[in-house]
Design a protein around this ligand. Structure first.
Ligand code: PLP
Length: 335
């Protein structure tokens, strides 16, 4: 596997730290919990999309694009990181935001990530929930091409094989860290949505014959759909890397029991997880992804699904800017 032959533009601070969660480990009574800080990638409050954008924006530049188009939910972290990357590279950014929740509070519709999208100079347009967002982007791209521009369309979440290369690289980074630290990682867990993160990790870990068990916690789709999305993208990423042999379907595992009422809809487990990490570790999770991912981790630990001597790494995929879109989700007193 030779990642160096794919064009990449440096946008983040890497490697991200791998740190112990001593207080949470003590509170839950083991196993040994660790956190991989991909919330600290540095670009506009950080997050997992930065790794994907290093490869996607390099492709956009290679194609001489002058404007990037992408889409996401209203409080999309991907849209915010894309807006920041475009600003840094002197490209325009056009964002389509899909109303997946129906929430109408100002903080949800205009604060948090949406404020940052605009601050980075992106243009923001809204679309109704359930719109065909890929088709909407293609139609904006056609209009821009007509007007003499050179658009580059990035799929939702940056989840295509080129974007997933960012998480192939993250798998290499994590395995190297574990070797340097003498840390045997048993399980790697993270929130999975548009599938690029998990697909890249699966491909990278398999390419290294790693024995780390990878477990995604779903935030939107039911298990069958989530796992087949991840597997499909992992196979395409495997092919892009020119790897031989078959990617085992069993390497893709997603637990979708923590979605609750739907994508972006708060759950009690999420609120508990976000509050617990804020108050025991001084760490900020987010209400849509890492909060539900951590809720899954906490619940599985409480159910005794891991041995006490195992090392479990939670990949923190970022998203804290979305907290400001959800001020009422945590049952906190207001004055
Ligand atoms: C996008 C996102 C995820 C999910 O990553 P996918 O590659 O879309 O599966 C997880 N956490 C946060 C904070 C995100 O913004």
């Amino acid at each position: 596997m030779d990642l160096a032959r794919f064009p990449r533009i440096r946008l983040g601070h890497f490697p991200t730290p791998l740190e112990p969660l001593d207080n949470l480990t003590r509170l839950l009574g083991g196993p040994r919990l660790w956190i991989k800080r991909d919330d600290c990638t540095g670009l506009s409050t950080g997050g997992n999309k930065t790794r994907k954008l290093e490869f996607l924006m390099a492709e956009a530049q290679a194609r001489q694009a002058d404007v990037v188009i992408t889409q996401g939910a209203t409080q999309s972290n991907h849209a915010r990181q894309t807006a920041a990357a475009a600003a840094k590279l002197g490209m325009q950014c056009h964002i389509l935001l899909e109303d997946r929740t129906g929430f109408t509070e100002f903080d949800y519709t205009d604060n948090g990530n949406v404020l940052l999208d605009r601050l980075h100079g992106a243009t923001v347009e809204r679309r109704a929930g359930g719109s065909n967002m890929q088709a909407e982007m293609e139609s904006v791209a056609a209009q821009l091409t007509q007007a003499g521009r050179r658009p580059y369309v990035i799929p939702g979440g940056g989840s295509n094989p080129v974007g997933a290369l960012g998480y192939v690289n993250a798998a290499l980074e994590l395995v190297n860290q574990s070797v340097e630290m003498g840390l045997r990682i048993d399980v790697l867990m993270h929130a999975t949505g548009s599938a690029g993160t998990q697909a890249g990790l699966v491909a990278g870990l398999q390419a290294m014959n790693s024995t780390i068990r990878l477990l995604g916690i779903g935030v939107r789709a039911p298990r069958d759909k989530q796992e087949s999305m991840v597997f499909g993208l992992a196979c395409l990423t495997w092919a892009l890397l020119g790897l031989h042999g078959e990617l085992p379907r069993a390497a893709v595992e997603a637990n979708c029991d923590y979605v609750g009422g739907g994508y972006g809809v708060p759950t009690p487990g999420m609120a508990e997880a976000v509050t617990l990490l804020a108050q025991s570790e001084g760490l900020l999770l987010d209400p849509v992804y890492s909060g539900k991912g951590m809720a899954g981790l906490i619940d599985l630990v409480r159910k005794g699904r891991f041995a006490k001597d195992q090392n479990i790494v939670f990949l923190h995929t970022g998203g804290s800017a979305a907290l400001f879109g959800y001020p009422d989700a945590f049952g906190l007193a207001t004055s």
